[in-house]
Design a protein around this ligand. Structure first.
Ligand SMILES: C[S@@+](CC[C@H](N)C(=O)[O-])C[C@H]1O[C@@H](n2cnc3c(N)ncnc32)[C@H](O)[C@@H]1O
Length: 708
């Protein structure tokens, strides 16, 4: 296990490029963090673990999940494994029983369910759970898929286009959405107002007798102000459908009209710092892209933009106070302007300062799917291709003009997606010394996102790219099932993808678009993996091997590369007939259609890449036994190229391995990524007593299995 990587055939530069590749995998699947967190909240795992007397076993947690007719502990385990890696929960081995025990953390305390609304808000807790549920609800998550269309065509923001009206008008018509939105707002209102009152304190409301909270939702924000300053008359102003669901708070009047008077306006909103290092600055940039997806015209603003807005609205003076919250405090009519002024006082204890970090982590994971969606948007707009093929850095308007099939390219929308991707180091930006304009450039990371030339049998003409994989894993077909993880853990049955579309490879057989999506995604990773494998395992692997069959070989790219490197090898690409029918011809490769669970064509060696992870143990044993028959008793071997999960591993691809396992949970009934222990058990059961695992700098490892 973890045998030394052989040879140094790949140069240092290529080693660095594995890191770049790993970064792309990470962002591609970042939405998995958001979905796993949402699943945990839906199952009430934070509540279960925080209210327990001590750490709990897996089966105890599963049994405590409410409304779960058939709780699936083994599925739950896989979501927990990811969340333990993210430090949302803890796990430790029980010294006596050897069982794994799970516990809560300060991070998970931000994900507790609220008690039913009450006018005594002290009885309530500080939680981001309602916000997380709202932002990861399909209503809010789906519009992100349409970012590229919005940048190409303009018009209404994707959410509004989908809802057919403004978000707030939809809330007026739909009580469920109204509740989702208001609860999300109320939970962040409590957090922000407490931070604000601790950090700005008495100065802020000096000499003020009444405060109106404009768009105050159900009134939690103003109620906290009034509670701290009982002399203040609080007015909560919002639309009637919101006010109608607002609880009563002492000292607060809910109204539908603004009283007029002087004083000052206190804006609590994000101030974007594109390169900021503050704990909430990153989320601020992601939130701006969220606004792009949700609200036509809505955006998060930089200080410059706030200033302009205030100038135009008759507020010549303002002061911004950064507080340890997502939003800053932006006050007009103040003498000084102290952007990023020191946080006042030490009213909050050190412990609470640390809790801002925890809170920021939760925001990050909650919105991590924004990274995946921004990257997908960039690929759909062909931004990597545009920037890599340019003679030099490009201006925003040059990039916008170069987007293909864009009847009305929206440079200002594009700017916001680019700002996030520059922060993620996918692209670069610099100021042109002469014109002062921002110039954008490509990076080594973005070189992993180029479009492939049309398929060709000369695979050398093609490039190494993860773009087709990114497009597939972020397609609604593949993302939607993640929303159903908690239901799957509660009820069992078919994996969410299969429940919706049927078994993945049957769906491909019926749906040419999906067939293409899947085969292209597989082929792009096949090229990357085989090149890494050949460089790192080299001649040893195919010593004395005259023929190789690639089982579940897709359209044949993997075996074609083996044959190209070892032309004496007779290559057989074996897959189902709907896949074989779209496969290009490769010299030295015979394509054979069939069912691997019936029979596998004979050869000296079998390779099988990313096939066994699709299946449960029983079918894997059946398939491996067929492979064993295919290679005969003597000399042959089966070369499995698949992920070996290292739950705490620090290898560049180990994190993605753990996320990928949850992806398998969402997509394939029985499918999973396996640890070495699980591989060993599978091989033992299938008649392979000996095996060797070679780690290569790729998502998958190489497992050589010998029948004797
Ligand atoms: C995840 S893909 C991997 C493709 C390829 N090995 C790669 O990594 O690029 C799994 C492949 O198994 C194939 N497959 C599924 N069921 C099969 C069966 N019963 N017989 C043969 N191939 C099958 C699918 O069509 C698909 O091409």
């Amino acid at each position: 296990m973890a045998a030394a990587v052989k040879g140094a055939i790949l140069a240092i530069d290529n080693e660095a490029s594995f890191q770049d590749q790993a970064e792309i995998w990470k962002y591609m699947l970042n939405f998995g963090d958001s979905m796993a967190l949402k699943c945990a909240v839906e199952l009430r795992l934070p509540d279960i673990l925080h209210s327990a007397d001590g750490p709990m076993t897996l089966s105890e947690i599963a049994a405590a999940i409410p409304d779960a007719p058939s709780p699936q502990a083994s599925h739950l385990f896989r979501v927990l494994r990811l969340l333990v890696r993210r430090k949302i929960f803890t796990s430790q081995e029980d010294k006596v029983s050897g069982e794994t025990l799970y516990g809560p953390t300060k991070l998970s305390s931000w994900l507790l369910h609220e008690p039913a609304p009450t006018s005594d808000s002290d009885a309530s807790i500080m939680t981001l759970a309602p916000m997380l549920i709202s932002e990861n609800h399909p209503w809010h998550a789906n519009p992100w898929h349409k970012l590229s269309e919005f940048i190409r065509e303009g018009g209404l923001a994707p959410l509004e286009k989908e809802l057919g009206c403004l978000q707030f008008d939809f809330a007026a018509k739909n009580p469920l959405y109204n509740k989702l939105l208001n609860n999300a707002m109320a939970c962040t209102a409590r957090i922000t107002i407490r931070t604000l009152l601790s950090h700005c304190g008495d100065d802020l409301f000096n000499g003020i007798g009444s405060v109106v909270d404009v768009g105050g939702g159900t009134g939690r924000f103003i109620s906290e102000i009034v509670k701290s300053y009982p002399h203040i008359k609080g007015i909560n102003f919002d639309r009637p459908h919101v006010i109608s669901t607002a609880p009563t708070y002492p000292g607060v009047t809910h109204v539908g009209a603004i009283p007029e008077k002087g004083g000052k306006v206190i804006i609590v909103d994000i101030v974007v710092e594109a390169d900021g290092k503050g704990v909430f600055d990153d989320t601020g940039v992601v939130f701006d892209v969220l606004m792009l997806a949700h609200n036509t015209g809505g955006k998060e603003r930089t200080e410059k933009e706030w200033k302009s807005l205030l100038d135009q609205s008759g507020f010549p003076r303002y002061k911004i106070t950064k507080i340890p919250a997502l939003q800053s405090l932006n006050m007009d009519k103040r003498k000084e302007k102290t952007m990023a002024s020191a946080v006042k006082g030490a009213i909050l204890a050190i412990d609470n300062e640390a809790s801002f970090q925890d809170q920021a982590e939760i925001w990050k994971y909650m919105l991590n799917f924004g990274d995946s969606m921004a990257l997908k948007c960039a690929v759909e707009l062909r931004l990597p291709d545009i920037l890599h093929s340019a003679d030099g850095p490009m201006t925003l308007s040059e990039i916008a003009a170069a987007i293909p099939n864009a009847p009305s390219p929206q440079a200002s929308h594009l700017f916001r997606v680019l700002r996030l991707l520059v922060r993620r180091k996918i692209f670069t930006s610099e100021e042109d010394k002469v014109s002062g304009e921002t110039l954008y450039g490509p990076t080594k990371l973005s070189s992993w996102l180029l479009h492939e030339p049309a398929p060709t049998s000369d695979s050398d003409a093609s490039i190494m790219t993860l773009a087709p994989m990114l497009i597939m894993e972020n397609h609604p077909w593949h993302v939607d099932p993640w929303h159903k993880l908690s239901e799957f853990i509660r009820e069992g049955g078919l994996a969410p993808f299969e429940k919706e579309h049927g078994y993945m490879f049957d769906f491909a057989a019926k749906n040419p678009l999906y067939n293409k999506l899947l085969n292209n995604a597989m082929a792009c990773t096949a090229r990357i993996t085989i090149r890494t494998l050949l460089s790192h395992c080299g001649d040893d692997l195919f010593n004395g091997v005259g023929s190789v069959v690639d089982v579940g070989g897709g359209t044949g790219r993997f075996i074609s590369e083996i044959v190209k490197s070892y032309p004496h090898i007779k290559g057989i690409n074996f897959d189902r007939s709907h896949v074989i029918s779209t496969a290009p011809a490769y010299p030295g490769v015979t394509h054979i259609g069939g069912d691997m669970f019936q029979e596998v064509p004979s050869a000296d060696a079998v390779v099988t890449k990313w096939v066994l992870h699709d299946w449960g143990d029983e079918l894997c044993v059946k398939l491996l036994k067929n492979c064993r028959k295919a290679i005969g008793e003597k000399g042959g071997k089966v070369i499995i190229v698949d992920i070996v999960v290292e739950a705490d591993g620090e290898g560049v691809f180990d994190d993605t391995g753990v996320v990928f396992d949850v992806l398998m949970l969402a997509h394939n009934t029985g499918g999973k990524e396996r640890t070495e222990k699980e591989w060993k058990s599978l091989l033992d059961q299938s008649g392979f007593p000996r095996y060797k695992i070679t780690k290569i700098p790729a998502l998958q490892s190489v497992i050589e299995a010998y029948p004797n």
